[in-house]
Design a protein around this ligand. Sequence first.
Ligand code: FAD
Ligand code: NAG
Ligand code: NAG
Ligand code: NAG
Length: 795
Amino acid sequence: MARRCGRATSRFTPCPGEMETLSGWLCCSLLLVAAAQAGLYTASDQIVILSPADVEAVLWNSSAATVVEFYASWCGHCIAFSPVFKGLARDIKEWKPAVELAAINCAAEENRKVCTSYGIRGYPTLKFFNAYTKAGGNGTKHNETFSLDFPRDIRGLRHKIIDQLENHAEPWPPACPPLEPTSQAEIDSFFETNNVRHLALIFEEARSYVGRELTLDLLQFENIAVRRVLNTEEALVSKLGVTTFPSCYLYYPGGNFTRLKVKAEARAFYSYALQRLPGVVRSGKPAPVSPDVLNNNTEEVWRPFNRSRVYMADLESTLHYSLRVEVAAHTVIRGEALISLRNYIAALAKYFPGRPVVMNLLKSVNSWLQNQTGSEISYEAFEGVLDNAAQSPDAALPEGQRWVGCQGSRPHLRRYPCGVWTLFHVLTVQAKNAGGSDPQEVLSAMRSYVHVFFGCRLCAEHFENMARESLTEVSTLSSAVLWLWSRHNQVNNRLAGDLSEDPNFPKIQWPSPEMCPACHTAKTNGDHLWNKEKVLAFLLSHFAANSIVKDYLEDEGQILAKQKEKHAVRQERKAREASDLMTPPASPPAVDEKQEEEEEEGEELQEEEEEGGEGAVAPDEMVGKTTEPGPWAKPEVEAGRRRRQAHRKPSIVGMRMRDFREDIVDLDSFVNQYYKAKAMQLAASSRVRPRTLQRKEEQESGPVFGLDIRLDVVQPEKWLQKRELTGGYFSEEASHRGRWMSVLSIGFSKVDISLCVILYVLSSLCLLTMYLFFKNRFKPRRVKIFLPYTNEYSN
Ligand SMILES: Cc1cc2nc3c(=O)[nH]c(=O)nc-3n(C[C@H](O)[C@H](O)[C@H](O)COP(=O)(O)OP(=O)(O)OC[C@H]3O[C@@H](n4cnc5c(N)ncnc54)[C@H](O)[C@@H]3O)c2cc1C
Ligand SMILES: *[C@@H]1O[C@H](CO)[C@@H](O)[C@H](O)[C@H]1NC(C)=O
Ligand SMILES: *[C@@H]1O[C@H](CO)[C@@H](O)[C@H](O)[C@H]1NC(C)=O
Ligand SMILES: *[C@@H]1O[C@H](CO)[C@@H](O)[C@H](O)[C@H]1NC(C)=O
């Protein structure tokens, strides 16, 4: 349920026209409630959004101190302040275990009582709540000035928070390291009492905050401690020969020390360098895997690559996954999805810097799509063009995934989402280099692709939040490149330390100072500053078409040969189907059944295999902060999945709301089908049953009808499959009980339809039974009359 709402929230239109189901209504009404209290912050801002239900849980007795902004969403000052508060949240993200940020919208009716109880009269008001604030505590005494007059810039706020922390009453927030300056005496005995590998000493003046900021910046990292040393601590200053304040020295047991080399003596540079010292890892996170182990990983060969390059293999793998797996989740593409797909393919055809084969294919897909005038297309038709069913020469999109720059140290890390980011950057840069006309062309195509198709729904929601907030600012092709770069860095900031972070590829504010020294500068006050001009130049060259590395690409000839083979198999199957259509239904049902039974057993075996693989993928949506394999996790299963796409959607489907229309059962064919099944059963029971059928019927434990009916109602794809597989209507279900259960868990949205259909079918059944009864009674040998049905459905 939650997941479906999540999906619905991310739609442009909150309540789509077809609200046919109860759950749809529920989602919609929840949305309206959410819309009514739309505040200035979203879940993507790393700010706890308070509500009356959780305000006590968050503020009282928390192990972290909390800064709360009380605001009213209509107040101009609050609106003006919100970017600062969001910026602050990103800036002190690493301090979270010691200091949390929260916000509450006092303009929302339901929050008014909370705001009143904290004595809020003006907006915005910031309150600092000590850790372990007791129930009913209205913030702390010494927050008075904080409330009335607080700095309106990130740096000022950061310093204010440090002041509050230093004056923090007991009990001290346990995650917060000591902030006071250290002394020669403490340093001398430091390694006796502390088991850390590195001790970083920040030499600075008393009014400098750098040392304390760094102490907090590194509080989540193991094997490192940071202490500030004042310039007045003469013994240490002269021992290390310090002349620059601030400066950072690494101190080791036995009195060894080295100066930390950074481009600028400023917090951001120290922080980045210290986090990358050998042995320094985030506490509680798995350590990086050594390249040796990666190379020995037998599951998949590790492809050595240059981390500062972009690889075509990643881009092609992304296209493959995107177009053959993600888009395939929509069996019918219409409305917003169709527009989105059109724009996405158009952008690809225009700007993707691919090999000639790939470009030919993309262009043909694009012109095909633009020529489709109907309101919808089927994925099958799209897939035909994608696989070049028309066999136009020298056009193909390689199948399968070969990750290179996007390889992860574990199978569920990086890969597809990394490829998506890379593709998007490449496209914005290509648009800039090609001198596109519309600065938002690529970004809006990507935005709607992510919105409609990207399997990670929460990611899509976050991305949509960012786009809604600031995409309008993009007015030139260069600013489009920079917009994507800076939003990607925002995502990196949010995800740093998250479970989905690959320990071998930590999330950084990219590009690193090593990659692009010129991109980074420091303001005179020491704050980090991007040199946007240099960043732009770096991006334009990093993602330029001619810097993309072509290593590890599948050979063109091979791709074309594979495609041809696939085409031949397809043609053959079509021919066989066509010839089946011609063959008259001469044989008696018993023989037919046996044959089909065998065929089907093969199919079932294959399905089971795939099922196994899929089982591993199905529960793994990237919901919340789980990192367990994302929808892009298991390329191995994908091939199997693809084979069945005509019948079943890939498992990502579980993450989306299904299209309603698909679930409407063709009642006539359903009844016919059922009728035929019934007839077959009668026919079978009138003579000795074939062995296989009997065995399978024995496996069947539940009532055949009930199972059949429900399955078909909710799984129309399955239904199609059955049409092709003539016979075996009963046997099929045995292996799908698990699936039936999962169908239940999809929710109750289908219940109403199911009830309808069940009633419909029951009444038809009743009539049918009477009909059969009388037929059989008066002409007991009329079994043959049912044969035409068999025939009809064996096609
Ligand atoms: C639109 C979108 C939204 C996402 N939202 C979420 C989310 O909300 N939650 C979640 O858990 N995961 C989310 N992800 C996935 C996440 O961002 C990463 O893609 C994934 O964790 C893999 O990370 P990675 O280490 O491969 O680096 P990625 O972030 O995928 O970056 C890929 C490569 O791009 C380069 N790069 C890094 N930063 C930049 C930059 N600022 N500008 C240009 N190039 C850069 C680097 O070379 C990097 O290796 C999202 C992905 C996408 C595409
Ligand atoms: C506050 O939290 C601590 C541990 O986090 C717990 O021991 C204590 O009982 C809690 N006090 C109240 C009043 O909830
Ligand atoms: C990797 O394999 C090589 C040779 O097969 C072996 O010498 C080495 O010890 C292995 N390393 C690890 C970490 O398993
Ligand atoms: C990786 O690529 C960068 C940028 O092109 C280059 O400077 C560097 O030498 C390369 N490193 C290796 C090991 O090839």
